[in-house]
Design a binder for this molecule. Sequence first.
Ligand code: SDX
Length: 425
Amino acid sequence: MSNEKATLSVGDKTIELPIYSGSEGPDVVDVRSLVQQGLFTYDPGFVSTAACESAITFIDGAKGILLHRGYPIDQLAENADYLEVCYLLLHGELPTPEEDERFRTTVNNHTMIHDQMSHFFNGFRRDAHPMAIMCGVVGALSAFYHDTMDMTDEHEREIAAFRLVAKMPTIAAMCYKYSMGQPFMFPRNNLSYAENFLQMMFATPCEEYTANPVIAKAMDRIFILHADHEQNASTSTVRLAGSTGANPFACIASGIAALWGPAHGGANEAVLTMLGEIGDESRIEEYVAKAKDKDDPFRLMGFGHRVYKNFDPRAKVMRETCHEVLKELGLEDDPLFKMAQKLEKIALEDEYFVQRKLYPNVDFYSGIILKAIGIPTSMFTVIFALSRTIGWFAHWNEMVSTSYRIGRPRQLYTGPSKRDYPKKK
Ligand code: SDX
């Protein structure tokens, strides 16, 4: 907390507003009392608004810093695995060996979904977008777990966390298998989290399947890099849904829906679509010009970020991972990767992007890795949602385990003033 105050002069009024300091990042001005003065703040897109207090993730956009409970993302990507990061995001500290063992065993014991849920998939067309299926199936989890719906009970919240972290890879892989017309593969609890996901995606009942360890490591790193990112659009959606007291499965489903948009989690799919549309390195300049043209809705997907005005630290790790995977698969000359690198070089030297501090974000390289692994573009955001489930849950849990109020923003009304209904002639 700080003893400083901000002073706001409005007409003949002088309003004093408390200023609070966090452990990192900008101070905040508490504007809650403005409503008593007949005033609202105005901040469409919440560019300058801290909607909550949180201790989970810190981002410094100017310096390209991303910390999860204080640990830098590149160190976590290098030294931890996804389940260890899940524990960290949920509990605030890295697990002891005993805590790690218990956490992994419990996740492993919850990887199957209720057999009745497999019937949901049959209601969808085979060509349904897997994000549509995932939204529906995850929201429906609440129909199966009436025993863990008391969100004031810490133990029930913990069980819900285990169920979601454990079942998201199973549901994600089922979305893929359904679209392929292949039988669902059961989770194998003797495998690591990433190996298990890959086997549910690519194994068939007809033959043995062993995940390539380099690919499994890359998959796990992609999970880590997408795990959480402060109060982004989908996490803010989960918090707003949670503030009404909705159950965690419904709240996570709302986060999946928000993530789907191409300006957010849908960008990784949009990057591949964009690279396919550009088609050839010779057309990169043409598309960079389109991205700069205010009259053209085209934007360079995978570039820019609301917070990062420097390199997205996740993009650097993702680019290294891209190199590793393409080398392992003998695809170093992958034309998409070469085009992406050329596009990145051109954009980073172009005044328009430099002036607006538009750098590659987490989505720029992830799609190239996923495509090289053999995952279709329609599954990219599903994998982002799988990874971000822990972040969404950690923020939901942080909110519901402390005092909170229902989120209810106000507005600047510009519609018609009161008028009477015209008398019937
Ligand atoms: C994610 O919030 C998070 O943390 C999200 C995320 C997470 O982990 O949860 O990091 C994941 O969503 C990453 C972002 C993925 N989206 C994309 O790659 C889509 C392309 N990027 C843009 O749509 C855009 O950069 C946003 C949405 C990411 C950020 O939008 P802002 O902050 O509202 O920025 P803006 O639209 O106000 O842009 C500022 C200027 C504008 O030009 P001017 O009006 O100043 O002349 O930069 C331009 C924009 O036109 N601009 C771009 C651009 N991004 C911004 N111009 C061309 N190509 C782009 N990609």
